[in-house]
Design a protein around this ligand. Structure first.
Ligand code: PLP
Length: 454
C-alpha cells in the first residue's frame, strides 16, 4: 500500500498535470489512473496493494523480469563512474564500445555494426535516414520509397508513425510523410478466407511484389516489417510468408529491414525474430528487450552491405542523438544480455516455456468465446468471436476486447486488448507453474466476459 499519498491523491495530481501517451485524457481523468508502485519477478503491485500478474512484460520489454539486482548494480556503478558522456565528435565510452561488440556477437553474422538511439521510434527514424543515404551514396537517389504494411507499429515519431500502418495515427498530423507506402498485412483471419494459411502466406508476400512493380523497382529503397506484428494484435504470419518476402527483396535488390523492437532478445525463442522466420535482414531495429526496459535504449544493427558503403563512401553521417550510446543505458544492456545468457533465457523460451504456452493456448480453443488461440515463443493472441463456428465477430459497439480487459484488470492480470484480440507477452523468466497460474486467470476472465456477452 502506498505510504506517500492515497490513490485518490495520486490520481488527482496525475489528471491535473500528466498527459499520458495513447490516452483519452478526459476518460482517464474521469476514471483515474491505476498507479503501479512496485514489482518483483512477473508481478506488479498498485497503490491499493493489489497484486497483478504482468502478462505484457510492462510494454513488451521486461524480458528478464522485475527486480534483477545485476541490472541495478550495473546502473549504480556506471552512474557513479561516468553518468554521461556523448559519442559525438570522435569520443566514446567503455560501456558503449563493449555493448557494440557484444551486439555484434549475439546478432546474426551479417551485423557487425550498430547505431544507437534512445528508443525504437528513434531507431526507425534512423533507418529511414540511413536507407536513403545508402542509395544516395550508390548513385541511386531515386530509390526513396519504403514499403511497410497496414496495421504495423513502428513507433510514434513522424517517421515511425509513417512507417507504421495504424490508420488512427495517420489521421492525426497528416501522415504518412512522403515516400512511405503500405501493403496489406499477412492476417489470415482478415484476408485469407478460402485459402490455407500457407497459400495465403504466399499471396500476402506477393502483395509486396505487386507494389514494387507498380512503383517501379528502381524507386523502391526498402521493405520494413515486424517478424510478428505486436501492437497490431500479435499477428503471426503463415510460415510461407517471410521466406517469400526475402525472395522478393533479393530479386529486386531491395533492402530488408526487420523491426525487432518486440521480437528481439528472445521473445520468439531465438535471439531475434528474423532467425525464427528465416530471413536475412540488412537492418534490424531494436529497443525494449535490450535493457529489459530498465532504462531507455534503442538502436539499429547495420548489415555489412550498408555499413561498408556508409564507412567507405559516406564521409560524415549527419545524424545522431544526445543519448546515442548513453553509458548508463549501455551498462544496463550489457548486464541484461549477460544475465539472459547466464539464465539461458532464449533456450528456456525455445525448449520449455514457449512450447508449453503453445500447448496451453491450444486448449483455449474449446472455450465458447475463442475462435482461435495461437502463440510463438512467448507472444500469444486469443481471437474472440460471437460465433466461433462461422468466425462472426462481435459488433464493434460491444467492444468485446475492452470488456475482457476490464475483467483482467479486476482479476489481477494484465492482458492487452487489440480490437477482438487479447494478447500476451509475459517476461521470459516465467515458469511453467506461473503459466498455469496465468492460464487460470485467462480462463476466468474469458468466462466472465462470456457471461457479460450473453
Ligand atoms: N517498433 C515496434 C515493433 C514497437 O512495438 C515499438 C513500440 O512498441 C516501436 C517500434 C517504438 O518503440 P519506442 O516506443 O521505444 O519508441
Amino acid at each position: 500500500m502506498s505510504t506517500q499519498r492515497t490513490t485518490r491523491e495520486w490520481q488527482a495530481a496525475d489528471a491535473a498535470h500528466f498527459l499520458h501517451p495513447f490516452t483519452d485524457f478526459q476518460a482517464l481523468s474521469r476514471k483515474g489512473a491505476r498507479v503501479i508502485e512496485r514489482a518483483e519477478n512477473i508481478y506488479l503491485w498498485d497503490t491499493e496493494g493489489h497484486k497483478i500478474l504482468d502478462a505484457m512484460s510492462g510494454l513488451w520489454c521486461v524480458n528478464v523480469g522485475y527486480g534483477q539486482q545485476a541490472l541495478v548494480d550495473a546502473a549504480t556503478a556506471q552512474l557513479k563512474q561516468l553518468p554521461f558522456y556523448n559519442a559525438f565528435f570522435q569520443t566514446a565510452t567503455p560501456p558503449a564500445i563493449e555493448l557494440a561488440e557484444l551486439l555484434a556477437e549475439v546478432t546474426p553474422p551479417q551485423f557487425q555494426h550498430v547505431f544507437f538511439s534512445g528508443s525504437g521510434s528513434e531507431g526507425n527514424d534512423t533507418v529511414v535516414r540511413m536507407v536513403r543515404r545508402y542509395w544516395d551514396l550508390l548513385g541511386q537517389p531515386e530509390r526513396q520509397v519504403i514499403i511497410s504494411r497496414d496495421n504495423a507499429y513502428h513507433g510514434s515519431t513522424m517517421a515511425g508513425a509513417s512507417l507504421g500502418g495504424m490508420s488512427g495515427m495517420h489521421a492525426q498530423g497528416g501522415l504518412p510523410i512522403p515516400g512511405i507506402v503500405h501493403i496489406g498485412q499477412p492476417y489470415w483471419h482478415e484476408h485469407g478466407k478460402g485459402l490455407s494459411r500457407d497459400e495465403f502466406g504466399l499471396v500476402a508476400a506477393r502483395w509486396l511484389e505487386a507494389k514494387i512493380l507498380e512503383l517501379g523497382p528502381e524507386r523502391v529503397a526498402a521493405f520494413i516489417g515486424e517478424p510478428i506484428q505486436g501492437a497490431g494484435g500479435v499477428i503471426i504470419p503463415p510460415a510461407t510468408y517471410w521466406p517469400e518476402v526475402q525472395r522478393i527483396c533479393d530479386q529486386y535488390g531491395i533492402l530488408l529491414v526487420s523491426d525487432e523492437v518486440i521480437c528481439g532478445f528472445g521473445r520468439t525463442g531465438r535471439w531475434f525474430g528474423c532467425e525464427t522466420m528465416g530471413t536475412r535482414p540488412d537492418l534490424m531495429t531494436f529497443a525494449k528487450g535490450v535493457t529489459s526496459g530498465y532504462v531507455p535504449l534503442g538502436g539499429v544493427m547495420v548489415g555489412e552491405r550498408i555499413a561498408k558503403v556508409l564507412i567507405e563512401k559516406g564521409g560524415e553521417f549527419n545524424h545522431g542523438y544526445t543519448y546515442s550510446g548513453h553509458p548508463v543505458a549501455c551498462a544496463v544492456a550489457l548486464a541484461n544480455i549477460k544475465l539472459m545468457r547466464e539464465l539461458k533465457l532464449v533456450e528456456h523460451v525455445r525448449d520449455d516455456v514457449g512450447p508449453y504456452l503453445a500447448s496451453q493456448f491450444a486448449t483455449l480453443r474449446d472455450h465458447p468465446l475463442v475462435a482461435d488461440a495461437e502463440s510463438c515463443g512467448l507472444m500469444g493472441a486469443i481471437l474472440l468471436a460471437k460465433d466461433k463456428a462461422t468466425g462472426t465477430p462481435f459488433p464493434e459497439s460491444v467492444e468485446i476486447g475492452m470488456v475482457c480487459r476490464g475483467h483482467c484488470f479486476r482479476e489481477g492480470l494484465i492482458m492487452r486488448a487489440v480490437g477482438d484480440r487479447m494478447i500476451i507477452a509475459p517476461p521470459l523468466v516465467i515458469t511453467r507453474q506461473q503459466i498455469d497460474e496465468m492460464m487460470g486467470l485467462i480462463r476466468r476472465c474469458l468466462d466472465l466476459t462470456l457471461a457479460d456477452a450473453k
